[in-house]
Design a protein around this ligand. Structure first.
Ligand code: SF4
Length: 434
């Protein structure tokens, strides 16, 4: 019988591989997990982690907190509290102070993306780009994975004021009536695939009757982190039938799979799940950030995109790590990321070049670093919007001064004598008006 076992810092000793984790590493996990969420399930521990290679194993690093995710002073502080069995409220308070200094609300998600309906704020809905709206179901505020680099970490850490969540689909329906320009609805979380099929239907079914909505997207890690969701759970067949129903209603159903490493799609369980989803007419696209210690290597991306192509998954995005949480541990300079992207991209056939990146999902939009070049003797980054708050910015190319260490748009300055990037004035106006 299929059993979902979940391991946290509190029950880590029940993990069958517990004896293989050095004591020092266990203390690190317990310490860092006070600040950043940690949970891993039995499918991952049994099928994806190479226990003979910890702590270097990329899937271990993706799932288990590491010491360097905290700065040395914070680590010492929390380590002291954990070692001395300090009362839980003292630990929680100390952790909260650290969390609030980690930019828990990056890219203006709260201030800029939350829409209004009849002057009421629509919590749990984000409308950043003209054609697409994100919906965060209340019941999907957890995830099958708690990736150590997750930019949604505040939602899993009990920072209630930073949660986006809603359980009232009628608000979205009313909003869509007033916004026929919205073509895509993106269900995200956490992970919507933690919900039962009945709940998923509650949210998606009403959208099938709205002619202006053309595409339903579901962002999920379940495909590779708990593939049994599509093959062996009590309502797996129902979810696949519902996928078929969505497709036969004339909507495009896109499963936006979060896949960070080729190993995630090499198991027979993941392959079965992929085949079953594709048989419904849904299309699977893949996206992931490039992060240090997990996938900072062109060979890994080439192998991952190649495997995806073979399995019928469309490579979609390579993201850069957002400026939140333990960014300093995972971040990759733009110069290195573009080198890794271009090397892997150049090795793909045309079918694999559907992927875009490396992309910064920042307040003005999605900006990809296309290349590094020289213009009139000045070394510059070539940047391009693939998605933007103002649709007229999309596909526009612009330039930033080359900087070896830059890892995010905020680190960059305009090149070629410009004082500001072309979109900055308008962004400022948007901020002021919001
Ligand atoms: S799958 Fe995505 S939302 Fe879930 S923990 Fe990982 S990065 Fe966060």
């Amino acid at each position: 019988m299929l059993k979902y076992r979940s391991y946290t810092a509190d029950n880590l000793h029940t993990l069958p591989q517990y004896g293989e984790i050095p004591e020092e590493q266990i203390h690190i996990v317990k310490t860092v997990a006070t600040v950043y969420p940690f949970r891993v399930n039995s499918y991952v521990t049994e099928n994806l982690i190479d226990w003979s290679n910890i702590p270097e194993d990329p899937i271990f690093r993706l799932s288990f907190p590491q010491e360097e995710m905290l700065n040395p002073e914070d680590f010492q502080r929390m380590s002291g509290l954990v070692s001395t069995d300090a009362p839980q409220d003292i630990i929680r308070q100390a952790a909260r102070e650290i969390q609030l200094l980690q930019n828990p609300n990056p890219a203006g998600q709260m201030e800029l993306n939350t829409p209004l309906l009849d002057n009421e704020v629509l919590h749990g809905i984000q409308h950043k780009y003209r054609e697409s709206v994100l919906f965060f179901p209340s019941e999907a505020q957890v995830c099958h994975a708690y990736c150590t680099y997750c930019f949604r970490w505040p939602q899993f850490s009990g920072l209630e004021s930073l949660k986006f969540a809603n359980n009232d689909i009628t608000l979205l329906l009313d909003y869509l009536k007033e916004h026929p320009e919205v073509k895509d609805i993106i269900f995200t979380g956490g992970d919507p695939m933690v919900m039962s099929t009945a709940l998923i239907k509650k949210y998606i079914q009403p959208l099938l009757d709205i002619p202006t909505v053309k595409t339903i997207r579901i962002g999920t890690k379940a495909l590779s982190w708990w593939p049994y969701r599509f093959t062996a759970e009590h309502d797996s067949d129902e979810i696949l039938s519902f996928f078929e129903q969505i497709v036969s209603s004339g909507k495009h159903l896109a499963i936006m799979a979060h896949i960070s490493h080729p190993r995630e799609i090499e198991t027979s369980q993941a392959v079965d799940a992929i085949n079953r989803i594709r048989s419904t007419g849904a299309v699977i696209r893949s996206q992931s950030p490039i992060v240090r210690h997990v996938n900072d290597d062109a060979d890994i991306w080439e192998a991952m995109w190649q495997k995806q192509l073979q399995l019928g998954i469309i490579p979609y995005y390579m993201f850069l790590e957002r400026d939140t949480g333990p960014k300093q541990y995972f971040e990759i300079p733009l110069s290195e990321a573009v080198e890794i992207f271009n090397t892997a991209y150049q090795r793909m056939s045309g079918l694999g070049r559907t992927v875009r990146g490396p992309s910064m999902s920042c307040a003005p939009g999605k900006i990809i670093v296309q290349d590094i070049t020289e213009i009139h003797g000045e070394k510059v980054f070539v940047l391009k919007f693939t998605q933007s708050r103002n649709p007229e910015w999309t596909n526009k190319i612009f330039f930033a001064e080359y900087d070896d260490d830059a890892s995010w748009i905020d680190d960059l300055s305009p090149a070629l004598g410009h004082e500001e990037f072309f979109f900055e004035n308008e962004m400022e106006r948007l901020y002021t008006c919001s």
